[in-house]
Design a protein. Structure first.
Length: 125
């Protein structure tokens, strides 16, 4: 299994609301989606006693964005705001000061038409 396919998960660990449902349940809810690339029916990344740090979340987000950049097909990304916020914040924080100034402007968010991102949080912790 390519590990980069599953890097855009929520912040992992401790909170039950951050654990994904079983793939078999998602298959019945979303029959048009191909789940064949997921090798485990249950969420094996979620840990009851360890919470992922913001830095770990940002690093996972950067790995995902790097993997995404290698793909030829169009990909819709569905994730939550924490992953987007910490990933993009880390990117901005590691940019040249002139780039940081431009990237920090709110309107820059509208300049990413090639990344169709749908962000939602269906339940809260």
């Amino acid at each position: 299994m390519d590990p980069y396919r599953f890097l855009c998960f929520l912040m992992q660990g401790v909170r039950p609301c951050d654990k994904r449902r079983s793939i078999s349940e998602y298959q019945s809810l979303f029959p048009a989606i191909d789940f064949s690339l997921i090798d485990s029916n249950e969420d094996t990344w979620w840990k009851a006693d360890v919470r992922e740090t913001k830095e770990e979340l940002a690093a996972r987000g950067r790995k995902f964005m790097n993997w995404l950049g290698t793909r030829k097909e169009e990909i819709a990304i569905v994730t939550d705001r924490a992953l987007l916020f910490h990933t993009l914040s880390a990117f901005v924080n590691h940019s040249h000061p002139l780039e940081k100034k431009e990237l920090s402007k709110p309107q820059v968010c509208r300049c990413l038409p090639s990344l169709p991102i749908a962000s939602f949080a269906p339940w809260s912790c």
